[in-house]
Design a protein around this ligand. Structure first.
Ligand code: KIV
Length: 275
């Protein structure tokens, strides 16, 4: 392969430079095989701590560990070539101090080779974001609904539903941008607030249930594929894989029970490799 043929991965500065330009396409992925598919069409792949709920069936993202994120981050890096891979910092791995955040983030970058990390929180995380970016860690922020705060906020309800509640969320977004984040997720806020923040901050906003006016959008892959049993109201389903998988499993089970399952002749009769 010549140098010209090499596929260059997008970087945090490339995404930062997309502010107000071509929309930034983002999806989550936790596996090598889905990452390979997502990589063809997305600019950013987020290894979200939503994997705790989607892959492991936890009720929230709280139980997710740094080791879990690093393991799935490796898988996504192996499966992708072009997209910027961003890995979520899980609850408990960065909030105690900016030094704790740096040590955790350095592990993620060194052990996975990903291009950036994401932290939840606005003004309270500004000092940490500035500390990390000054030390070579590209940070994506996350404001609005921050699922790791579930035990203090009580539910995954949309934030800033009344105009009177917009001020603190706007302040959070500005603090994250001024601290040096290269982009920020805005989750589950009133549409006019998502639009307003996008117009106010100098870095790209990535909406999830926020506003089509955001500089980019993100969804949890399994939610938009119709694989998740419960999805937020704002999720558009682009496929309905749950029933298709169930039908395939049922057909297989029927085959096996009827002893119609392909026997050895289907494998040994084949020329070349079985796979
Ligand atoms: O964990 C996650 O998947 C996320 C996205 C929903 C933005 O943070």
């Amino acid at each position: 392969m010549s140098i010209q043929d090499e596929i260059k991965r997008l970087t945090a500065p490339d995404i930062r430079a997309r502010k107000g330009r071509e929309p930034i396409v983002c999806l989550t992925s936790y596996h090598a095989h889905t990452a390979r598919l997502v990589d063809k069409y997305c600019d950013v792949i987020l290894v979200g701590d939503s994997l705790g709920m989607v892959m492991h069936g936890f009720e929230s993202t709280i139980p997710v560990t740094l080791d879990m994120m690093i393991l799935q981050g490796h898988a996504v890096m192996r499966g992708s070539k072009r997209a910027l891979v961003v890995i979520d910092m899980p609850f408990g791995s960065y909030e105690a101090s900016k030094e704790q955040a740096f040590l955790s983030a350095a592990r993620v970058l060194k052990e996975t080779g990903c291009g950036a990390i994401k932290v939840e929180g606005g003004r309270r995380m500004a000092e940490t974001i500035a500390f990390l970016t000054a030390r070579g860690v590209p940070v994506m922020g996350h404001v609005g609904l921050t699922p790791q705060a579930i035990n203090t906020i009580g539910s995954f309800r949309a934030q800033g539903r009344e105009e009177a509640d917009w001020g603190p969320i706007e302040e959070d977004a500005k603090a994250v941008a001024e601290a040096g984040a290269f982009a920020m997720v805005i989750e589950a806020v009133a549409e006019p607030l998502g639009r307003r923040i996008t117009g106010q901050v100098a870095i790209p906003t990535i909406g999830i249930g926020a506003s089509p006016a955001c500089d980019g959008q993100i969804l949890v892959l399994e939610d938009m594929l119709g694989l998740s049993p419960r999805v937020p109201k704002f999720v558009k389903r682009y496929s309905d894989l749950g029933p298709s998988i169930e039908k395939a499993v049922k057909d297989y089970a029927d085959d096996v029970r009827a002893r119609g399952f392909p026997g050895p002749e289907h494998v040994y009769g084949m020329k070349g490799k079985a796979r």
